[in-house]
Write a protein that binds this ligand. Structure first.
Ligand SMILES: Nc1ncnc2c1ncn2[C@@H]1O[C@H](COP(=O)(O)OP(=O)(O)OP(=O)(O)O)[C@@H](O)[C@H]1O
Length: 293
């Protein structure tokens, strides 16, 4: 299998309003995939459609070769950790594990016990009394012990302090290193995604603006600074900002840029994501295409 998730013209309406519209995406297998985009881009809606919690209003979605949530077997293959790391406040850590064992046919009790031990969580502690970081770790443990083929995490670290975020992401990296686990993780924190993801998708207004392996994306995008009049010599402009004479431009190019008018520097992943999220970016790309003609 080459894709874990394929969506074709996928749409979801709440009442009269589209939350996700005409979304076409192909998420390859064998990666820890970061999903990033502005508020309201449709990330949570897409992830809920992928885990079978929502039904599409339009289009098709296919996860691990099946329709999300269509059968108990399909449900068992996909794990989902929602925003705000949902756990039952009144249940103890041990009761969460027992519940996980009862609800999940592929439950890995040894993995769950081992992780809870490593995290130094008291099994008799009620989840409502755990810190935000501990709750997130408990939710991740439940997601991993389900032994899914695809684990979906929707902004799992949003409310955590930097130390708890680091511990959570480290736990995720360790868990994925040992197993053939596909992960799709949404977050606004690009630096966090950079730490764990080897593939990145930027979703803006339901559309995939950028997708690819992180190392390839960084190798094929460049920041250029130079005189504004040299702008029309550039192709594949992703974003641009100008002063009267100077322009700072993000371009996509597989080949090195040798035009002496431009000073070329490397981009951070965060700058690259911002360039694609820039609301003028689509307009810039259109201009670049016109320049090419
Ligand atoms: N249950 C709902 N009822 C009505 N509208 C909704 C519902 N859930 C989401 N929406 C709307 O759908 C759009 C997409 O929301 P979604 O939560 O998927 O975006 P997102 O990219 O995950 O945003 P964020 O980064 O803020 O979490 C938004 O305009 C949102 O207001």
């Amino acid at each position: 299998m080459t894709s874990v998730l394929q969506a074709q013209a996928l749409g979801k309406k709440y009442g009269k309003r589209w939350a996700l519209r005409d979304c076409t995406v192909d998420i390859p297998a064998g990666h820890v995939v970061g999903l990033v985009g502005p508020n309201g881009a449709g990330k949570t809606t897409l992830l809920k459609l992928a885990s079978g919690q929502l039904e599409p209003t339009a289009g098709d979605i296919n996860v691990l070769g099946g329709r999300p949530g269509s059968t108990p077997a399909q449900l068992a293959r996909v794990g989902f950790v929602a925003q705000d790391t949902p756990v039952y406040a009144g249940l103890t850590v041990a009761e969460h594990l027992r519940l996980g064992a009862r609800l999940n046919p592929r439950w890995d009790a040894a993995l769950a016990r081992e992780r809870i031990g490593q995290l130094d969580l008291d099994p008799s502690h009620r989840a409502g009394k755990l810190s935000g970081g501990e709750r997130a770790q408990l939710a991740l443990t439940l997601g991993l012990a389900k032994r899914p083929e695809l684990l979906i995490l929707d902004e799992p670290v949003a409310s955590l302090d930097p130390l708890a975020r680091r511990d959570f992401l480290q736990g995720l990296t360790e868990a994925t290193a040992g197993h053939k686990l596909n992960v799709v993780l949404s977050s606004h924190l690009v630096s966090d995604l950079e730490r764990v993801c080897d593939y990145l998708i930027v979703l803006v207004d339901s559309r995939v603006r950028m997708a690819g392996k992180v190392d390839q994306l960084l190798a094929t995008h460049h920041r250029l600074t130079g005189p504004r009049h040299a702008l029309d010599r550039l192709q594949h402009v992703i974003s641009a900002s100008h002063t009267d004479r100077q322009s700072a431009v993000v371009v996509r190019s597989d080949a090195p840029i040798h035009d002496p008018a431009w000073t070329v520097s490397r981009l951070s992943l965060e700058d690259l994501v911002l360039a694609y999220m820039d609301k003028h970016a689509a307009e810039n790309r259109r201009v670049a295409l016109e320049v090419q003609r």
